[in-house]
Ligand binder design. Structure first.
Ligand SMILES: *[C@@H]1O[C@H](CO)[C@@H](O)[C@H](O)[C@H]1NC(C)=O
Ligand SMILES: *[C@@H]1O[C@H](CO)[C@@H](O)[C@H](O)[C@H]1NC(C)=O
Length: 541
């Protein structure tokens, strides 16, 4: 019997975070005071746009919103803000009502009076604090992200907010803003980190100033509140930290530094829908590793602070990009923050009550925009490994990034299906076999084209041998050929759950072919297997 199964009936209660105990870093991991890994699984919540009021308070009570965040399994929010809220005299004393009216947002005032009357006459920073306190009630950690100086939608290369010395981006004011925020929230136990500046960019950006200001900003935060993690973003819209291969940031303190990178399909617009997806994904992954992923090997945590898709499923580039990002996020067990929570903005780029479609919540903030997407995202929420999580010897999950599911034994014991990754089977890939850990003789086999993949006892025959092929190495190809004379690859069956073998996709040089149903990633885990129900399950139809 599979020894891992012995664990499978233990109900594993993930320890609740003790908010207030500071986090630090241990090599590439973020850890709590006991040294145990804390994985940041965050969602972005905007509070930096024109009125500098956290979005959505005109649509739902703040406690209802934060309870939803918690119910979805996010343990943290990347809460954005603008420097002017905390370090510009014309804005410092504005109340929520005044700030909204100044921006012509009378209807937003009415919405807030209806749903969150308590905050309407608070100064902006006190309203921001009320949001943080509501998150605290739900045990949600907060990263305060300095998103812009002048409040507005972010980002373009020429918006005056892009780099130190730009029209609105005064370095001294920025530094004062960082220390003001660090000090003001030093007694908020769930504020665990501050990121220095979102998406540096534009004609002024340069590496020399980056080192200079990242050092002064990090020291300003640490001086004001030494408990906080400090998060540094790269150049070119936070796509490039490659200069750190040559030179580190010289700081007076240790074990608090985290790096941040962003990755969207529109980071490289056009390539996802217009190329062999195996090639595109492997090249983008390689670039991501060269520009930022290498930092993990240097011993720093890397926070994927923004990624996401149009959750209506209508953007082909986004749809094709997501499984690629998820395969890397799962493989590296990254800390991350999804863009975004907000289903709407009070105003964005001149449009009042504008809808956000890259969002977890619907336009009226009462529903989830796309439950399928939430279930997919939940597959990367739980940490797989790291300090304190080495509960069992390392094994592999066979992760299917398109669906966010993992390969498990089916009911008959002979078939295999995809299901929740928390229940993943422990796989070993060895000598061409995909075998169940701890068993001698349960190897995945092809039974022919279009047929169910099965677990069999003959591990030496060619039906049990698998190569990892294509540029991504995410297609598992049998040496057995089908009638089409193409090798057979693991695939998802017509019912969406079972595993079958079909002719390997993308072997015909079709530029637009999409192999993603055949993508499987072997992902390392040392986590105890469990029957624990995730909160997402309750949402499933
Ligand atoms: C939800 O997201 C999935 C995955 O991206 C997509 O395929 C689907 O079309 C979306 N569904 C709806 C109803 O928006
Ligand atoms: C594996 O199989 C061999 C031969 O059938 C047997 O002698 C051995 O005990 C088995 N080992 C395990 C761990 O089941």
């Amino acid at each position: 019997m599979n020894s891992f199964l012995l664990f499978s009936h233990i109900l594993l209660l993930l320890p609740l975070l003790t908010l207030g105990s500071p986090l630090s870093t241990n090599g590439r991991w973020i850890v709590d005071e006991s040294g145990r890994r804390v994985k940041l699984a965050c969602v972005n919540w905007a509070s930096h746009l024109d009125a500098m009021v956290t979005e959505g308070l005109n649509k739902q009570p703040v406690d209802a919103i934060t309870a939803k965040v918690a119910s979805l399994g996010f343990n943290c929010v990347r809460l954005t803000y603008a420097t002017y809220m905390t370090a510009h005299q014309d804005y410092l004393y504005l109340t929520v009502r005044q700030s909204l009216l100044k921006n012509g947002l009378k209807e937003a005032v009415d919405g807030i009076l209806l749903h969150n009357p308590n905050i309407i006459d608070l100064p902006l920073i006190e309203a921001f604090k009320a949001v943080i306190q509501s998150l605290e009630k739900n045990n949600i950690m907060v990263i305060m992200d300095n998103h812009v100086s002048k409040p507005q939608w972010c980002c373009s290369g020429t918006d005056g907010n892009g780099f130190f010395g730009d029209e609105y981006f005064d370095p001294a004011q920025w530094e004062m803003g960082l220390s003001n925020m660090a000090r003001f929230f030093s007694l908020s136990p769930n504020v665990i980190a501050m990121s220095l500046r979102n998406e540096l960019r534009g004609p002024r950006q340069n590496v020399q100033d980056w080192y200079k200001y990242m050092k002064s900003g990090a020291e300003a935060i640490h001086g004001a509140n030494p408990k906080l993690l400090v998060i540094l973003s790269g150049l070119s819209f936070d796509n490039d930290l490659s200069f750190l291969q040559q030179k580190q940031v010289d700081l007076s303190f240790q074990r608090k530094l985290v790096y941040e990178v962003h990755w969207y399909s529109f980071t490289n617009s056009g390539i996802w829908s217009n190329g062999d997806l195996n090639e595109v994904c492997s090249q983008r992954t390689y670039k991501m590793m060269r520009k930022a992923g290498f930092l993990l090997d240097q011993g720093f945590p890397l926070f994927l602070g923004e990624f996401g898709i149009d959750q209506r499923g209508v953007n082909m580039e986004d749809n094709r990009y997501l499984p690629c990002v998820l395969s890397l996020a799962a493989d590296l067990d990254l800390d991350w923050a999804l863009w975004s929570l907000q289903g709407s903005y009070y105003t964005r780029e001149g449009t009042h009550d504008m809808e956000e479609t890259y969002s977890v919540l619907s336009f009226d903030w009462s529903q989830f925009r796309n439950v399928t997407m939430l279930r997919i995202i939940s597959s990367i929420q739980t940490p797989l490994t790291g300090p304190g999580l080495d509960q069992v010897p390392a094994y592999k999950m066979l992760y299917h990034p398109l669906t966010g599911r993992c390969v498990l034994r089916g009911n008959t014991g002979k078939d295999v299906v995809t299901g929740r990754c928390l229940k993943s089977e422990a796989w070993i890939y060895d000598n061409g076999n995909l075998a169940l850990h701890g068993t001698n003789s349960s190897c995945l086999q092809t039974d022919g084209e279009g047929k169910l993949a099965i677990l069999g006892t003959d591990c030496s025959g060619i039906a049990s041998k698998w190569d990892m092929i294509s540029a991504t190495k995410m297609q598992f190809s049998s040496k057995v050929q089908g009638p089409s004379r193409r090798p057979l690859c693991l695939d998802i069956g017509p019912n969406g759950r079972s595993l079958v073998t079909n002719a390997c996709k993308c072997f015909t040089g079709n530029q637009l072919c999409d192999p993603e149903t055949q993508w499987f990633k072997l992902v390392k885990s040392t986590r105890i297997l469990t029957d624990e129900k995730s909160t997402i399950d309750g949402l499933m139809p």
